[in-house]
Unconditional design. Structure first.
Length: 232
């Protein structure tokens, strides 16, 4: 028995580790013309967005406002929306703030899983449920963390995830971003190699994984969008 719709189960080409991300995106646009792209506008996300635009993507870029984003992240979103007018930037949970009552005060410290579930996963899941795209374009890569070391180009499930940057290293991403003068979140250059909400993100120390600054010391490595029972 398969949970995949006929569209989702469309066969995947035999991509190899050296396949150009543009080729993967090009295939994705053909196989899944309804795909959408969630993004938090980290380095990976900004590079993927530029590649997707070059490949002809003109769909939605979904950003979830948890109410706890750094101002630099919101400004990066706005700079990207200005640079890529052909894309439709959608902010879910818009207007969220630490005082909005969506979660008890300080839940991020006492139960970050519940905070992420309420402020990040649920708004995106609700949107995807109503929209029901067959696939998501995602910017994760293997070298971001040991927990992501096996990410393939294409992951099947209830909804297909397509990861064109799966095999790109951080160095490749930086070279691409520099070559194309991409509007990278300025916090990146202060050591915030992966940027989430301000209460749960610190700069990375030399030798650490790019995602080591996320929920540091809390025994948590993922927000729940890409791993766990509520994953997309
Ligand atoms: S990253 Fe932190 S503040 Fe943001 S939703 Fe998750 S627990 Fe809450």
């Amino acid at each position: 028995m398969t949970l995949l719709t006929p569209e989702v189960s469309a066969s995947v080409p035999a991509f190899g580790p050296d396949t150009d991300p543009l080729e993967v995106i090009g295939w994705a646009l053909q196989a899944h013309p309804d795909l959408v792209m969630p993004s938090a506008f980290n380095l990976n996300g900004v590079v993927l967005l530029d590649l997707a635009a070059r490949a002809g993507y003109t769909g939605d870029v979904l950003f979830v406002d948890t109410g706890y984003h750094f101002p630099e992240t919101l400004a990066t979103r706005d700079r990207l929306a200005e640079r890529y007018p052909q894309l439709n930037f959608v902010t879910l949970n818009a207007g969220a703030s630490p005082d909005d009552g969506q979660t008890p005060d300080g839940l991020y410290a006492t139960n970050p899983d519940a905070c992420c579930a309420a402020r990040k996963v649920e708004p995106l899941q609700r949107h995807l449920k109503s929209r029901n795209p067959s696939a998501l374009l995602n910017a994760r890569s293997r070298d971001q963390a040991s927990t992501r070391a096996d990410i393939p180009f294409v992951e099947d499930g209830a909804r297909r995830k397509i990861n064109p940057l799966a095999y790109w290293t951080r160095e490749q991403l930086e070279v691409y971003a520099t070559a194309h003068d991409l509007p990278v979140n300025p916090l990146y250059f202060d050591g915030f190699l992966s940027i989430g909400c301000w209460p749960c993100t610190r700069a990375v120390r030399p030798g650490e994984d790019a995602r080591a600054g996320r929920w540091a010391g809390q025994g948590k490595t993922e927000c729940g969008l890409w791993a766990g029972e509520q994953r997309l």
